[in-house]
Ligand binder design. Structure first.
Ligand code: ZN
Ligand code: ZN
Length: 265
């Protein structure tokens, strides 16, 4: 089985999963590694997503010890990036010893594309361009992370879907985004959450994963982004097929911020 490097527990306010239930489920699925990547997000509505790091490390380290003969438990974070919050974000990330840091764009100029208001009063195309531009701005500003999370997250949400969504349509953003990631030795993830949404596709899409590989991309993790226990490792068979079709015969896990290659069986 493939390790799941993107999981949310009740340390994220949008998940009710008990951390130990996550571990038990992952053990039952025979996953070699799992990484908790609960949210940390500054200035999100009412500070909904500020991670309680003290209890997070305490509880997860206890589970790590308790289950050490059954599964490797890694402790990570999904950090929401925005250039305007760089001081807080950099201070937070350098203060804690995470195994793995996913950098994600959830807030784009103060609003999450999850909300319909993000798309109102303009074309879907313009709204998506603004999102990709903000990813690029983040890449030019931040370096303390391992992979960029669900790079095309924005396409899950428009009221009027982008039916013609493809790499070429947004290549003026996607090419520099992928170049920057490859050149800086960072990676991307295949986030399988999208298969459970109306787009029925991973984030990023297969086309972007393939381009990433063609452009020299080497570091890639797989994550379900499960916010409930039932979705741990969901659609990982599809992620494996995507990896192989894109030319990867391995995926990565991160231990103490170091990428380890695991061969795909
Ligand atoms: Zn996310
Ligand atoms: Zn997530």
């Amino acid at each position: 089985m493939i390790s799941d490097l993107h999981l949310h527990s009740s340390f994220s306010s949008d998940s009710k999963s008990n951390p130990e239930d996550i571990v038990k489920k992952a053990v039952s699925l025979k996953l070699p590694y799992i990484c908790f990547t609960d949210h940390n997000e500054f200035e999100y509505e009412d500070n909904l997503f500020i991670l309680d790091t003290e209890n997070y490390f305490k509880q997860l380290n206890t589970l790590k010890e308790k289950y050490r003969n059954e599964i490797h438990i890694l402790i990570g974070v999904e950090q929401g990036l925005e250039v305007t919050k760089s001081n807080n974000i950099n201070a937070f990330l350098s203060k804690h010893n995470f195994d793995f840091i996913i950098a994600s764009s959830h807030m784009v100029n103060g609003i999450d594309p999850y909300y319909p208001a993000y798309f109102e009063g303009r074309s879907t195309y313009d709204a998506i361009c603004e999102y990709f531009q903000s990813v690029l701005n983040n890449l030019n500003c931040f370096s303390n992370f391992d992979v960029y999370g669900h790079i095309d997250y924005v396409i899950r949400y428009p009221k009027i879907p982008d039916e013609g969504y493809c790499f070429d349509k947004y290549k003026e953003y996607l090419i520099p985004i992928l170049e920057k990631i490859v050149d800086s030795g960072k990676g991307i993830e295949i986030n399988t959450n999208g298969f459970r949404t109306r787009i029925k596709e991973s984030n990023p899409s297969f086309e972007i994963i393939k381009k990433y590989r063609e452009m020299g991309g080497e570091i890639i993790t797989i994550g379900s982004d499960a916010h409930s226990v039932e979705y741990i490792a969901s659609d990982f068979d599809k992620a494996r097929n995507y990896l192989k079709a894109a030319g990867f015969d391995y995926y990565n896990v991160f231990i103490n911020r170091n990428p380890i290659k695991i061969a795909l069986d």
